[in-house]
Design a protein around this ligand. Sequence first.
Ligand SMILES: Cc1cc2nc3c(=O)[nH]c(=O)nc-3n(C[C@H](O)[C@H](O)[C@H](O)COP(=O)(O)O)c2cc1C
Length: 356
Amino acid sequence: MTSPQSPVKLTPRLETLFTRGRDFLGVEVPIMCGAMTWISEHGLVGLMSNLGAFGSLAAGNMPPELFEEEVKKTQALTDRPFAANLITIAPNYLAHLEILCAAKLSHIVFAGSIPRRTEVELAKNSGAKVMCFASNKSIARRMLDYGADALILEGSEAGGHIGHVSTAVLLQNILYDYGDQVPVFIAGGIATGFMIGHLGLMGAAGAQLGTRFVVAEECQAHDKFKQVFIKARSREAISTPQYSSKLPVVAVRALNNTAMDNFGTLQLDLLKKLEAGELTRQDAQFEVEKYWVGSLREGAVEGDVEVGSLMAGQSVGLIKKVQPLREILEELVHDADVAVGRAQERIAGGSAAEMS
Ligand SMILES: Cc1cc2nc3c(=O)[nH]c(=O)nc-3n(C[C@H](O)[C@H](O)[C@H](O)COP(=O)(O)O)c2cc1C
């Protein structure tokens, strides 16, 4: 099947700067739309790839038949590469992995937690390129030992489930050491081409954005959800606390609303039940994840922006309007080029001054 859309192109100097990311992803523009549960469905993923960038299907904990259908629908929309993002702690995870291997997907992203070596091998043996998240240097090393072909560093500024470390620190902790060995893609807090250009200069293979793509015109998220994003300030995208080490929970970054209060109440309630022996820790953690999946559906799909979760990164404060996806990508490329051009001018100016 051919792509009806003509792809967005990089400028010549960005082509050079991002050669590694383009070759690895097999795309014109190594900008990834991060997988977002309920949001990254076949339409958005297929369009992203048809426009020359890179989409990622969110597997979440979808029933396997539904996920298989989503993979097939995406393949019917585009003949360009795209990924699927697997949540290694989801009950349906292994079934999802099997589906992707059978579908011969070009790229598989392991998310949620650390995949087993055998799972990475299974993915690679199917012919897929494997991408793994790394939240510190030892995990990065381990993932590369397991055979990961590329790394994604996602800073705590990001929307959704997050790690503890900021993008700036991950860059210094991992990108500078591993960026020459494997393609490293950067996520968390990125909403502008200026930032993408500077990340390229630092050695990043490309960038992954989530929050910015939520407000793409073609994104299926509810209009009320998008409108909240347009008005929100960065400081309103807060992360959830963990009340006790007895119930470890992965932090979630979202805009502050009733969903965040309700999560606090749920956590306290689950802790009480844990302490009373009415619930195992695993069951309690399952309840937490079930809450977020349901709550995000209420917000992103049903448009209940008070009670439903509004998962968003701090980059939400940099977003001004709903735009067609092509326009967003063209703007990102244009601004990345401006940033790199300015850097080149500064360097040239510096050299000239040194010589005189
Ligand atoms: C609403 C929403 C849902 C998300 N769901 C997932 C998910 O299911 N799996 C995943 O790996 N990341 C998920 N993410 C993270 C994104 O894939 C991406 O890495 C992140 O949004 C990048 O940071 P940014 O929000 O600052 O752009 C989600 C993010 C948002 C905003």
